[in-house]
Ligand binder design. Structure first.
Ligand code: E4P
Length: 214
């Protein structure tokens, strides 16, 4: 399973990179806004740090505008993945990207029928948002199960990139379902290895070690 970090913050990216678990990066307009920096500058920096897929989201809502942004970002580096919203104009842009060999991540997926269409067109990744579904009392992980089943049934090659992950349990469930990628906020990456018994166990070992003659 690939781990991407869901951020546009360079320090967070470097932190995850240092942990040795980072396969790629996803950004979105809200995350970029938090940095207070120009997106292109941020992207150019990220591609120097991470040697893996880096999603850059278009903000146009018409196909032509999306394609202008897509070609512009794709030209920065081979690792740039164009993130396209799951709307009709976005799907038309997706088709053009597929034909032009531009890699894509179709975002804001909230139901299996959307993912099926995206898979048929040939996106590189589809991003179902599990946390935002949970927020409205819909089981987000059930969507991952549905998409995995449908993609497996028809041999669809689009990779399932589980997004809007809020806690380690989301990741564990996604991994058990065989999701290809999880994109995680830095907080969740850090939580993955935390267990109170690990901390208590270490504390006890170190205390007992004080009794060992030196
Ligand atoms: C995915 O690529 C999105 O950037 C992200 O996972 C959204 O997560 P949120 O619901 O925590 O904003």
């Amino acid at each position: 399973m690939k781990f991407f970090i869901d951020t546009a913050d360079i320090n967070e990216i470097k932190e995850a990179q240092a942990m040795g678990v980072l396969d790629g990066v996803t950004t979105n307009p809200s995350l970029v806004a938090k940095t207070g920096r120009k997106f292109r500058e941020v992207l150019e920096e990220i591609v120097q740090i991470v040697n893996g897929p880096i999603s850059a989201e278009v903000v146009s809502t018409d196909t032509q505008g999306m394609m202008k942004e897509a070609r512009d970002y794709a030209a920065i580096h081979d690792n740039i993945i164009i993130k396209i919203p799951l709307i009709l104009e976005g799907l038309k842009a997706l088709k053009i990207c597929v034909d032009e060999g531009i890699k894509t991540n179709v975002t804001l997926c909230f139901q299996a029928s959307q993912a099926l269409v995206v898979g048929k067109i040939g996106a590189t990744y589809v991003s179902p948002f599990v946390g935002r579904l949970d927020d409205i009392s819909v089981n987000g992980m059930e969507l991952i199960h549905q998409i995995k089943t449908i993609y497996d049934n028809y041999g669809i090659g689009t990779q399932v990139l589980v997004a809007s992950i809020r806690h380690p349990l989301h990741l564990v469930e996604a991994a058990m379902m065989g999701a290809d990628v999880a994109t995680l906020p830095i907080k969740v990456i850090q939580q993955l290895i935390k267990h109170p018994l690990t901390d208590i166990g270490l504390e006890r070992f170190l205390k007992d070690w004080e009794q060992v003659p030196r």
